[in-house]
Design a protein around this ligand. Structure first.
Ligand SMILES: NC(=O)c1ccc[n+]([C@@H]2O[C@H](COP(=O)([O-])OP(=O)(O)OC[C@H]3O[C@@H](n4cnc5c(N)ncnc54)[C@H](OP(=O)(O)O)[C@@H]3O)[C@@H](O)[C@H]2O)c1
Length: 327
């Protein structure tokens, strides 16, 4: 099958590319070509935010599957529809598990949980994208499949409440500096390795039952945030210096950090993964978090150039902690 990844060399899409190649697919990437890609992949080099440039690069091409990791807003979906409608047999939209109702309505989240999250723009925009795509299906038969990953990681990505691709919080831990964990650290969180996710994801390719359907593709391993920080500390070889701060206090000091908590991580997120297991029988998560995490941390520690820091996040965390202690 001829498969195009919009993105393809990212945190989740790299493992999906590897899996698609293992499954014998003819894989194309549509990205700007700034990162290494497997030699078997054909690169369609363009900036997807430049619609006319992307249209020129993709001219005359059609695919069995287009898997889009890069759409976040209705404007992005307009570009996608203009580029791929009539040129693919299936379009897979990478949405997010953060689209589900906040605060939660039930302690287990399934695909039929209502989509409603006005607390985080990232999520409310993903809902608008899903609505546009389902409307394109209903009115014109656009063959969309929606996938809603929860927190999904690979090398270089440490699942954290903020900026998992940044080394800022791990560095605070290594330096013995304080880090806050939201709430009492006891809310539940689901974390999935990209290689496990990829099995379910690629299993949806060209599956006629997957058209106009949405899927959770997550691990059944669930942890409290205190456990997650303990495991991160174990992998780094340094006990985290943790202070617990209520999420609404964080939001009162910093709206951006607050939105990432009150619109997502403040609530327990446990998923019903029955539908993907039924549709893709080989999907089963086999990478325990403590092992995948150690692999990712070792990868980061092996080369300081991989340890990207964000001064603003570091400062924001300091400000929240100082405000909490001074209240
Ligand atoms: N990780 C999670 O926990 C999680 C959870 C829920 C949902 N998601 C969703 O997963 C998706 C992100 O997937 P990912 O982490 O695999 O990808 P990513 O790392 O965010 O994206 C990187 C990929 O996109 C390409 N790219 C970036 N900007 C581009 C542009 N303007 N034009 C063309 N290509 C561009 C990059 O290559 P170049 O730089 O070479 O162009 C690379 O291939 C998002 O839709 C996100 O909402 C992630």
């Amino acid at each position: 099958m001829k498969v195009l990844f919009v993105g393809g060399s990212g945190n989740i899409s790299s493992a999906c590319t590897t899996r698609a190649l293992e499954k014998g697919h003819d894989v194309y990437h549509c990205n700007r070509g700034t990162r290494p890609i497997p030699k078997e992949v054909t690169l369609v080099k363009c900036d997807i935010r430049n619609r006319s440039g992307a249209a020129a690069a993709l001219k005359g091409m059609s695919f069995d599957v287009v898997a889009d990791f890069l759409s976040y807003t209705p404007e992005h979906i307009e570009t996608i529809l203009s580029l791929f409608e009539g040129h693919t047999r299936q379009y897979i939209f990478i949405s997010s598990a953060s689209v589900y109702n906040k605060p939660p309505l039930h302690h287990v989240i399934s695909e039929s949980t209502p989509l409603h999250n006005p607390l985080w723009k990232y999520s409310s925009d993903k809902i608008l994208c899903e609505n546009m795509l389902m409307d394109a299906y209903r009115t014109r038969g656009f063959p969309v499949t929606i996938v809603r990953p929860a927190h999904t990681y690979d090398n270089g990505f440490i699942p954290l409440p903020f900026q998992s691709a940044s080394f800022t919080i791990p560095k605070r831990i290594l330096d013995g500096r304080e880090m806050f964990v939201h709430g009492d650290g006891q809310s539940l969180w689901t974390i999935t390795h990209s290689r496990d996710f990829a099995v379910g994801f690629v299993g949806l390719f060209a599956n006629p039952n997957a058209i106009a359907q949405a899927y959770n593709i997550n691990s059944d391993e669930v942890f409290t945030w205190d456990m997650i920080f303990k495991m991160i500390g174990d992998a780094l070889g340094k006990k985290p210096n943790i202070i617990h701060i209520p999420s609404d206090f964080v939001a009162s000091v910093n709206t951006e950090l607050g939105a990432a908590l009150l619109g997502d991580k403040a609530y327990s997120s446990v998923f019903d993964n029955y539908k993907i297991k039924q549709t893709v029988p080989e999907f089963r998560c086999v990478i325990p978090f403590h092992e995948g995490l150690r692999e990712s941390v070792d990868w980061l520690l092996a080369d300081p150039a991989r340890q990207k820091l964000d001064e603003k996040l570091d400062k924001d965390i300091d400000e929240v902690i100082a405000a909490y202690k001074g209240r």
